[in-house]
Design a protein around this ligand. Structure first.
Ligand SMILES: Nc1ncnc2c1ncn2[C@@H]1O[C@H](COP(=O)(O)OP(=O)(O)OP(=O)(O)O)[C@@H](O)[C@H]1O
Ligand SMILES: [Mg+2]
Length: 150
């Protein structure tokens, strides 16, 4: 049976680097109400940080977008899982499968290592990516919170 939605919070913010810390604080505050382990909170912080940083770094080339926004939606379900959706309206990803490969990056500055999606996948139970070129990208991070029954 599909878990039922028990809570939903939405926020949107300008795609600038100072808002990355804001986004991860919001996500951690949301998850903190649902008996997470310390490791789960740290994992959410890290995964949200990677997803939001991608919007800021890759989605909106500055010469093409004015006031680019990122939308974050946080959902909680009755199986104590959370789904965190991070959405931009930027350039999109032409080949999602390639983009998700560890070490794949389109960065040419040498500052990026191509590990963002691999990190998200290693920390979350499930990572869904959907994207359309010149429409934008949506990443959904799912994690069941709490200590599992033995
Ligand atoms: N929101 C997005 N919009 C457009 N392209 C994206 C977006 N997110 C990721 N990408 C593309 O997917 C590639 C892989 O992303 P990933 O986060 O794995 O690595 P990275 O951002 O290049 O490097 P790192 O995360 O290690 O700093 C990026 O180089 C970029 O081409
Ligand atoms: Mg990245």
């Amino acid at each position: 049976m599909m878990p039922s939605l028990t809570n939903i919070v939405k926020c949107s913010f300008l795609a600038i680097s100072e808002n990355e810390a804001f986004a991860r604080s919001v996500a951690v505050s949301f998850a903190a109400r649902s008996s997470p382990t310390v490791t789960q909170l740290a994992d959410i912080k890290c995964a949200v940080s990677e997803a939001v940083t991608n919007c800021i770094v890759h989605a909106y080339p500055p010469d093409r977008f004015d006031k680019p926004m990122v939308e974050m939606t946080l959902r909680h379900f009755d199986d104590n899982s959370v789904a965190i959706t991070i959405k931009d309206h930027g350039v999109g990803i032409p080949d999602i499968k390639a983009a998700r490969e560890p070490l794949f990056t389109t960065d040419t500055t040498g500052e990026r290592s191509g590990m963002g999606f691999a990190i998200m996948e290693s920390l979350m139970d499930n990572v869904k990516v959907s994207s359309r070129v010149n429409k934008g990208t949506t990443v959904t991070l799912k994690l069941r919170l709490g200590v599992p029954d033995c």
